[in-house]
Design a protein around this ligand. Sequence first.
Ligand code: ADP
Ligand code: ASP
Ligand code: MG
Length: 412
Amino acid sequence: MPVLVMKFGGTSVATLDRIRRAAKRVGVEVAKGYDVIVIVSAMSGETNKLVGYVEETSPLFDAREYDAVVSSGENVTAGLMALTLQEMDVPARSWQGWQVPVKTTNAHANARIEEIPTDNITAKFDEGMKVAVVAGFQGISEEGRITTLGRGGSDTTAVAFAAAFGAERCDIYTDVDGVYTTDPRICEKARKLDRIAFEEMLELASLGAKVLQTRSVELAMRYKVKLRVLSSFEEQSDEAGTLVCDEEDIMESNVVAGVAHSRDEAKMTLVSVADRPGIASAIFTPLADAGVNVDMIVQNISDEGRTDMTFSCPTNQVARAEQAMEAAKEAGDINFHSIIADESVCKVSVVGIGMRSQSGVAAKMFRVLANEGINIKVITTSEIKISVLVERKYMELAVQALHDAFDLDKVA
Ligand code: ADP
Ligand code: ASP
Ligand code: MG
């Protein structure tokens, strides 16, 4: 039997009624002759609630226990989805990550899938089971502990299962009807794309467009998974949604494909560190060891052997970063005058493969922001993206102004 993977995000399983609707959609595919692997997220809001419990209990928590707690939301929806399917006379059972088992690295709270053996589930399909409902977002480490794959990780579970089982397609059902030129919730002119290139989707995802987890796009690209994003709230046709595909399979090509934003960024500056060989390593090694995801890095011009080092990281890692820096100072590995944490910034980025061959995109981006009176605090670029840190209160304005300026509401 051909295999299909269908992933339902938090809003698509938010209530028993929504689970029933999702199950009906699964039933339609089963009737077409597919063996279906359903990946479910926790009910919407549930993971946030669990993360809140952990942070309140232990601000600098043990990530192994964080995983034990936050993985539980998916167990509930997996069981409920299997029960709902059974009530509809569709043979189904649920699987938690460890039962499959979804084998991952030990990097708690941010683990990577290493292997998904297919024999257990395949044996059940052979016995007549039609749907395997798998709890997304979770796995098991070599040490036998429950792990989670980072926020939004059920997308990655879905793509990894599609790759492991050679699925015909991986459909990601969510609360928007596809991938847009920017987040439709903050820019009403955002336009749905019929197709988007893997490279562009990868950048958009890593720069904050949470419609797909970055790692899921990476896996789909590597294993050539046919990946589609569509709405669980609307009736579907076979062409619905957005197909994430190779660059060659796309006709339209704006220089800029999309605008992404990431709200909860912090800009940290170590004031007056010694400018000597090895200083960057002495700063960023302990930050990495503390699990701080450093993004942008800027070092100022040195003045009398001292310099300022600025970096950005998610706001909820500021305390960890400060602790790691104070500890390194205590140990005599680095020396600085003070740490300034600016927790009121956000990151706005423009992404497009067309930038490889067209110059002037950065200049235009900076001009647009200047015209809106928005000050740029940090800039980074790569071949197909430009990112800036700006004050968070300007986030919506910056996204909308850039969307307009690059004509993203119009088909190229
Ligand atoms: P799920 O719970 O189904 O995984 P998410 O909330 O993780 O859903 O992702 C869907 C959300 O992603 C949308 O509601 C939308 O606000 C947001 N989003 C951000 N950028 C984009 C984009 N470029 N296209 C579509 N949605 C986007
Ligand atoms: N429930 C998890 C989260 O909210 C995983 C997911 O939904 O993809 O991050
Ligand atoms: Mg998601």
